[in-house]
Design a protein around this ligand. Structure first.
Ligand SMILES: [Zn+2]
Length: 140
């Protein structure tokens, strides 16, 4: 008895909404069909046929991932395969270059410490008072 008393959509028989709810796919579709019939001046039956061809699947079917036969998906798949291949080929040599890079960095670090020391010296030089601005620029 309880099921009979609960809300049940007469359009799509879903218990989750009323017949005039905007969440009802059938009601939304019917509104679109009526609008098509009104704007194009055609019969509701014709509008429904037109609408079924165009929108029915999109309204009634849940969104799905594109099939693998889709050209874009094929591109992505082959790209993923290529990326995997590149990784497999590149990683051993990348590890080697990372090792040599680490060595380079160690050497560079030493150089940077040296440069830092030189900059310290420059800073000390720059801290000397600047010459007065009215100093003659040329000697006659
Ligand atoms: Zn419904």
């Amino acid at each position: 008895m309880e099921a009979l008393c609960s809300i049940k959509c007469v359009n799509c028989h879903s218990p989750s909404h009323e017949a005039d709810s905007d969440t009802c796919p059938e009601y939304v579709e019917m509104k679109a069909i009526l609008k098509t019939a009104a704007t194009q001046g055609i019969k509701i039956k014709e509008a429904r046929l037109q609408h079924n061809r165009q929108f029915s699947k999109a309204v009634l079917c849940p969104p799905q991932a594109p099939p693998l036969s889709d050209p874009a998906s094929q591109q992505v798949t082959s790209l993923q395969a290529q990326t995997k291949l590149i990784r497999e080929i590149a990683i051993p040599s990348t590890n080697a270059s990372i090792q040599s890079l680490t060595q380079d960095l160690e050497e560079t670090k030493g150089k940077f410490e040296h440069i830092d020391a030189r900059f310290d010296g420059l800073e000390k030089k720059n801290r000397k008072p600047a010459p007065p601005p009215n100093l003659p620029t040329s000697i006659n």
